[in-house]
Design a protein around this ligand. Structure first.
Ligand SMILES: [Mg+2]
Length: 377
């Protein structure tokens, strides 16, 4: 397959309802897409760039155009008018020093190349990844409600469970920890609950965090700063609640370090942050070998990125429900139709490609820029 051009598009999207986690409220979502044009089928990729307050992830503004152009140049260096590199080689070709920004761009380019490859070969992503079962469990996330209102929180958790979520991740922060979790646990005794602190607690808060053992949480996610594996290990040794990491896991090497350090027994793995599908599967394999459970985390993707995440989550290494709810529920406008979701499961597609279908009318309305890098003669 020969590459003819790469289009770089930015769309201004927004969440239906703002979602607050510790230190940041997500509302607007600039989203960067790639379209790879080939002499066979084209392919689409979505960039995950969407940081939290304390995450290593970039904004779209931070990576477009410099990091994007550098990655495209690396990917196609010496291949003007020539063969499209295989998807499995994309991350290795694009990622230079290995910054998270470069990895997020590499993940999006890999996605576009994968889509083109799969459509041209009439093959689905689930088939390529060797996913045994097409039904994949869906989890949901509930943000911190305005004015810390417990009634609003209970309603939101109830709505997530009514929507079929097989686990609910409740966002917490200092001062909003025991009260929300005890209230939710009291109301939903059998629900699978996780708490996600997004790195907002200081190490000195460990004593108070140990009390969260009372709420039967499936895990406590990222209580401390992303760099601080030591405090996570110390807390893990003193709590019965499993400790999960998310923001700390920004590369395969970092996942291995965290696992070796005993800093987590659950891993939230994000394909966009880690540099794509294959990097994420390698990280999940490292976790599985060490007995660390995994789930796929989300960045409020459109149907495109989320369909890819769902296929990854179908792999056997991912034993916990991922952030796989339908983007139509949280995006005011979603330019890619998602997989079919029924209750607490999403069904992976066997159609050629990634499983998502472009809604060109939606993209046309929300697209704010498009540029094209040509590779033809
Ligand atoms: Mg998290």
């Amino acid at each position: 397959m020969r590459v003819e051009a790469v289009e770089v598009l930015v769309a201004q999207l927004s969440l239906r309802t703002p979602v607050r986690s510790a230190g940041v409220t997500h509302a607007d979502k600039a989203t960067l897409f790639f379209r790879v044009l080939t002499d066979e089928e084209p392919g689409w990729g979505e960039c995950s760039a969407y940081p939290d307050a304390r995450s290593p992830d970039p904004t779209v503004e931070a990576i477009e155009p410099t990091t994007v152009d550098r990655a495209i140049a690396r990917l196609f260096a010496g291949s003007i008018g020539a063969t499209l590199p295989p998807a499995e080689s994309v991350a290795g070709l694009c990622v230079g020093a290995g910054s998270v920004g470069e990895q997020s761009v590499a993940g999006a380019l890999e996605m576009a190349v994968l889509d083109a490859e799969l459509r041209s070969a009439s093959r689905s992503l689930a088939s390529l990844l060797g996913v045994a079962h097409r039904e994949v469990a869906v989890g949901d996330v509930v943000g911190i409600p305005p004015e810390h209102d417990l009634g609003t929180l209970v309603d939101a958790v109830g709505a997530a469970l009514d929507g079929g979520a097989q686990r609910v991740r409740v966002k917490i922060e200092p001062g909003w920890d025991h009260a929300p979790l005890s209230t939710v646990r009291e109301r939903f005794a059998d629900a699978v609950l996780q708490a996600d602190a997004n790195g907002s607690f200081a190490p000195g808060a460990a004593t108070g965090l140990r009390g969260l053992d009372a709420y039967g949480l499936a895990c406590l996610e990222q209580p401390f700063a992303a760099e601080d594996l030591q405090s996570h290990r110390a807390l893990a040794e003193s709590m019965s609640t499993p400790i999960a990491l998310d923001e700390s896991l920004w590369s395969l090497a970092r996942v291995r370090d965290a696992v070796l350090a005993g800093a987590c027994s659950v891993a939230c793995l994000k394909p966009g942050r880690l540099g794509g599908v294959f990097a994420t599967i390698a990280a999940a394999e490292a976790c599985a070998e060490a007995g660390v459970e995994c789930f796929v985390g989300g960045f409020f993707e459109t149907g495109l990125g989320r369909s890819v995440n769902a296929a990854v989550a179908g792999r056997a290494e991912f034993s916990l429900p991922g952030d796989l709810g339908d983007p139509d529920r949280y995006l005011a406008a979603n330019p890619f139709a998602y997989l079919s979701q029924e209750g607490g499961t999403v069904r992976l597609s066997d159609a050629p490609g990634l499983g998502a279908e472009l809604r060109s009318d939606v993209l046309a309305v929300h697209r704010t820029s498009v540029r094209r890098v040509d590779f033809g003669s």
